[in-house]
Write a protein that binds this ligand. Structure first.
Ligand code: SF4
Ligand code: SF4
Length: 81
């Protein structure tokens, strides 16, 4: 999963781009639900939020390191729900 750092400027550009609705506005900044973020696996070749973020504040979540296989499994589970 990816995560949003405190460099986020709350521009709201990323939220509508997420195919899994994993991004939402939090108390201070935008947040990514790591249980819903597949790093766009299953939908796109590249993480869409990273592509559009103007301040480049969406790195990998160090607490949620996943392989492409695991991300695809997550995509399958989310899609079936
Ligand atoms: Fe959503 Fe893709 Fe960004 Fe994850 S990487 S938060 S699935 S747009
Ligand atoms: Fe924050 Fe970047 Fe999303 Fe804008 S695109 S709300 S700066 S994470």
């Amino acid at each position: 999963a990816l995560m949003i750092t405190d460099e986020c400027i709350n521009c709201d550009v990323c939220e509508p781009e997420c195919p899994n609705s994993a991004i939402s506005q939090g108390a201070e900044i935008y947040e990514i639900d790591p249980n819903l973020c597949t790093e766009c696996v299953g939908h796109y070749d590249e993480p869409q939020c990273q592509q559009v973020c103007p301040v480049d504040c969406i790195p990998h979540n160090p607490d949620m390191k996943e392989t492409k296989e695991e991300l695809y499994q997550k995509y399958m589970i989310i899609s079936a729900a």
